[in-house]
Design a protein around this ligand. Structure first.
Ligand code: ZN
Length: 215
C-alpha cells in the first residue's frame, strides 16, 4: 500500500457502496428497506417502523428512557397497591408482571445503547465488529475501498475503518451520538447535520500515521 489515505490536516474517510455504486461517508450503512445509504444507520426499529440513524438517535433514546420511567411508575404503584393497600389484587398482579417484563427489556436496551454511546459505535458497527473478529480468525483481513484525495482507490482494513471511532473522551463520544451538549440535549429535537463531526478519530489518525511510517 502506498500514498496518503488522508489529507495532512483533515482526515475524512470514505467507502464505496456496491449497491448505490457511489462513494459514501465512512460510518454510512446501506439500508435494504429504504434502498439508500444512511449516515450512522443504527437499526430498523420494528416497534416504530423507522430507521434509527444519526438524525433521530437522540429521540429514540429519549423514547426508550421515557418508556422505562413509565414502566417504573406502573411497577411501583402496582406493588404499593398489592402490598400496602391490598386493593385490586388480580389487576395489580397483572400490571406488576407486565411492567416487570417491560422493565427488564427496557433496562437491557438502555444499557446496550449506553455502552454503544460510551464506545462511539452504532448497533450495526458493533455487530460488524463482532462478525469481523470471528471472521478474521478464519479468512484473514477483509479490505474496504477508500477514496483518496487524489481520486485513487486505496484499500484499508474494514476493521480499522469501521471500528476505531472512540474519540479522546466520553464527552466527545456523547457529542457524536447526541449532538452538542446544551439545553437542547434534553429536548425532543432531531440531531442537526450542521454540527456533525465527520473527522475520523485521533486514534484512527495515529494508527494510519504509523502504517505510512512503516511503509
Ligand atoms: Zn448504498
Amino acid at each position: 500500500m502506498s500514498g496518503n489515505k488522508f489529507d495532512d490536516t483533515t482526515y475524512y474517510c470514505y467507502e464505496y457502496c456496491q449497491t448505490c455504486q457511489s462513494y459514501k461517508l465512512n460510518r454510512t450503512h446501506h439500508s435494504k428497506k429504504l434502498n439508500c445509504c444512511i449516515y450512522k444507520f443504527d437499526h430498523f426499529c420494528q416497534w416504530l417502523g423507522i430507521v434509527i440513524n444519526y438524525g433521530n438517535y437522540k429521540l429514540f433514546l429519549q423514547y426508550i428512557i421515557l418508556n422505562l420511567i413509565n414502566c417504573l411508575i406502573v411497577f411501583v404503584v402496582s406493588l404499593y397497591r398489592l402490598v400496602m393497600l391490598r386493593q385490586w389484587i388480580g389487576l395489580s398482579v397483572m400490571y406488576l408482571a407486565l411492567s416487570a417484563l417491560f422493565l427488564l427489556a427496557l433496562i437491557s436496551l438502555v444499557a446496550v445503547h449506553w455502552k454503544l454511546i460510551y464506545t462511539n459505535q452504532t448497533t450495526v458497527e458493533f455487530l460488524n465488529y463482532r462478525w469481523l473478529k470471528k471472521h478474521d480468525k478464519q479468512n484473514g483481513i477483509i479490505y474496504s475501498p477508500i477514496l483518496q484525495n487524489n481520486g485513487n482507490l486505496e484499500y484499508i482494513s474494514i476493521k480499522d475503518c469501521n471500528i476505531v471511532y472512540t474519540r479522546d473522551n466520553f464527552i466527545s463520544n456523547i457529542r457524536d451520538a447526541l449532538g452538542p451538549i446544551n439545553i437542547f440535549l434534553l429536548l425532543p429535537t432531531l440531531n442537526s447535520f450542521q454540527t456533525l463531526n465527520l473527522e475520523v478519530s485521533n486514534k484512527l489518525k495515529e494508527q494510519y500515521k504509523n502504517v505510512y511510517k512503516a511503509n
